[in-house]
Design a protein around this ligand. Structure first.
Ligand code: PLP
Length: 417
C-alpha cells in the first residue's frame, strides 16, 4: 500500500498500524508497540476487544439514520446508563457529539444560550485557564491557551481573558477585573492534560472555583474529555474534589477509541430556561449515531463489569511510584505528577524552549517500540503524558518507565551541543 499521499502535511512517514490487543499496537512491518498513552489518552478499555465489533455490527445492521434530535434505542440505552451509573445525579440531560472539541463548543454555546434565555444578555465571556487545552476548533482554541496549537491562528481567535491555573485568589481578582456580570462561564480541566502534562491543581482550587461561580452567577464547565470515565481513578476528575459542575463535557474514553464519541451533560437548572425561551441547541448532523451510542454503551458496560475505574486508581498509583523511582532525581526531570492513569513527567533543558526535548524523547521511545504522548505549553514547554489502557499490567508499566528513562537520556545526549 502506498502511504506517500497520506500525511496531509508532507514530511513524515507514519507507522501503519494493522491491529492491537490490550496495551499493544501491531504494525504492518511486524512490530509490537507498547501503547503507554492509549493513542491520545483514549483507549481506556484496551485495544482489540471483540465484543465491541459485535456491538458495532448490530448497530449498523439496524440500518436507519435519524437526526440527533430523534430518539433511537441505542441513544436511549446510553442515556440510561450514563444517568443511572456514571454522571452526578444532578446532571441528567445528555447531548452527544463526535468528539471533545465539538462537545466543548456545544458547552460554550449552551452557557451563552442559558444566560440569554434568563435575560442576562450581557454575559458572554468564557474564561479558560492559562494552562489549558480544550480542542482544535476556533472557539475551543479561543477558550484554551495551548501556545503551539494556537500559533499563527491568533487573528482568527476570540480574545478571552485567562485565569490562573492554580491560585483561586488570583481567579477571584480576574473575575472582579472583568466585571462578573459579563462572564458566562469558566471552563476547567480537572487535571491539565495536553498543555500541562497532567498538572493537578491544588486540592481546594476546584471547590473555590465552584464557590466563585455560585457567588457571581457564572456557569462552571468541567472539561473531562481527557479525565472522564475513569482515567483519574474516579468516574470523573471532579469527583476528587466533590465539585459538581453546571456542564460536564466528555469525549475520548467514552468511546474508548473505537468510535468518535463526545458528550455534554447538564442539569435542569441550565437547560430548562432554554426550553421556556423556546431555544434549541443546534446539532451536528452525525452526533450520537447509533453505532457511536451502541459502542459507547458497550465500552461503559465493560468498564463496569471489569471494575476498571478502580483498576485505573490502583495501576495509576503504581505507575506514579515507578516514574518517581526512575526519574525524580534525573537532572532533566522537573516533576512527576498526575492522578490515576493520567501521569505526567515535566522535562527541563536549557536547549529546549519550544518542546524540542519532548519531541526527541517521544521519537526515541517510539524507536524502542513504546508510544508516549507529547505534552507541554508555556510555561511548561516540555512534558510527557502517560495514559495507558486500564487493563495494562505491572510488567507493561515497568517496561514503559524503563523505555522512558532510556529515551530521556538518549534525547538529552542528542540535544547537547
Ligand atoms: N478537551 C480536552 C481536555 C482535551 O484533552 C482534548 C483533546 O485532547 C479536547 C478537549 C479535544 O478533543 P478532540 O480532540 O476529541 O476534539
Amino acid at each position: 500500500m502506498n502511504a506517500s499521499h497520506f500525511p496531509f502535511v508532507p514530511g513524515t512517514t507514519p507507522i501503519t498500524v494493522v491491529g492491537g490487543e490490550g496495551s499493544y499496537l501491531f504494525t504492518s512491518d511486524g512490530r509490537r508497540i507498547l501503547d503507554a498513552c492509549g493513542g491520545a489518552i483514549v483507549s481506556n478499555i484496551g485495544h482489540g476487544r471483540p465484543e465491541i465489533g459485535e456491538a458495532a455490527a448490530a448497530a449498523l445492521n439496524q440500518g436507519a439514520y435519524v437526526v440527533p434530535l430523534w430518539a433511537t434505542e441505542a441513544r436511549l440505552r446510553l442515556v440510561d446508563r450514563l444517568t443511572s451509573s456514571w454522571l452526578p445525579k444532578s446532571l441528567n440531560r445528555c447531548l452527544f457529539t463526535s468528539g471533545g472539541s465539538e462537545a466543548v463548543d456545544v458547552a460554550i454555546r449552551v452557557a451563552r444560550q442559558h444566560h440569554v434565555a434568563t435575560g442576562q444578555t450581557q454575559r458572554w465571556k468564557v474564561l479558560g485557564r492559562e494552562v489549558s487545552y480544550h480542542g482544535a476548533t476556533l472557539s475551543t482554541l479561543s477558550v484554551g491557551n495551548h501556545d503551539r496549537r494556537r500559533a499563527s491562528l491568533e487573528p482568527l481567535l476570540m480574545e478571552l481573558p485567562k485565569i490562573s491555573p492554580s491560585d483561586a485568589d488570583s481567579v477571584a481578582k480576574t473575575i472582579e477585573a472583568e466585571d462578573p456580570a459579563t462572564i458566562a462561564a469558566i471552563i476547567v480541566e480537572p487535571v491539565s492534560g495536553a498543555s500541562g502534562g497532567a498538572l493537578v491543581p491544588p486540592d481546594d482550587y476546584l471547590g473555590r472555583l465552584r464557590s466563585l461561580c455560585d457567588e457571581h452567577g457564572i456557569l462552571l464547565i468541567a472539561d473531562e474529555v481527557m479525565t472522564g470515565f475513569g482515567r483519574t481513578g474516579r468516574r470523573f476528575g471532579v469527583d476528587h474534589s466533590e465539585t459538581i459542575p453546571d456542564l460536564l463535557v466528555a469525549g475520548k474514553g467514552l468511546g474508548g477509541g473505537y468510535v468518535p464519541a463526545g458528550g455534554v451533560f447538564a442539569g435542569d437548572k441550565v437547560v430548562e430556561p432554554l426550553s421556556v425561551a423556546g431555544a434549541t441547541v443546534m446539532y451536528y448532523t452525525f452526533s450520537g449515531s447509533d453505532i457511536v451510542c451502541a459502542v459507547s454503551d458497550r465500552v461503559l458496560q465493560i468498564m463496569q463489569d471489569e471494575d476498571l475505574v478502580n483498576r485505573a486508581a490502583t495501576m495509576g498509583s503504581r505507575l506514579n511510584q515507578l516514574l518517581h523511582d526512575a526519574l525524580a532525581d534525573h537532572p532533566n526531570v522537573a516533576d512527576v505528577r498526575g492522578r490515576g492513569l493520567l501521569q505526567g513527567v515535566e522535562l527541563v533543558s536549557p536547549t529546549s524552549t519550544g518542546g524540542e526535548l519532548t519531541t526527541k524523547v517521544v521519537a526515541e521511545a517510539l524507536s524502542r517500540d513504546c508510544a508516549i504522548y507529547p505534552a507541554g505549553s508555556a510555561p511548561i514547554p516540555d512534558a510527557l503524558l502517560f495514559g495507558p489502557p486500564f487493563v495494562c499490567t505491572d510488567k507493561e508499566l515497568e517496561q514503559m518507565v524503563d523505555i522512558c528513562a532510556q529515551s530521556i537520556d538518549a534525547a538529552v545526549a542528542s540535544l547537547t551541543p
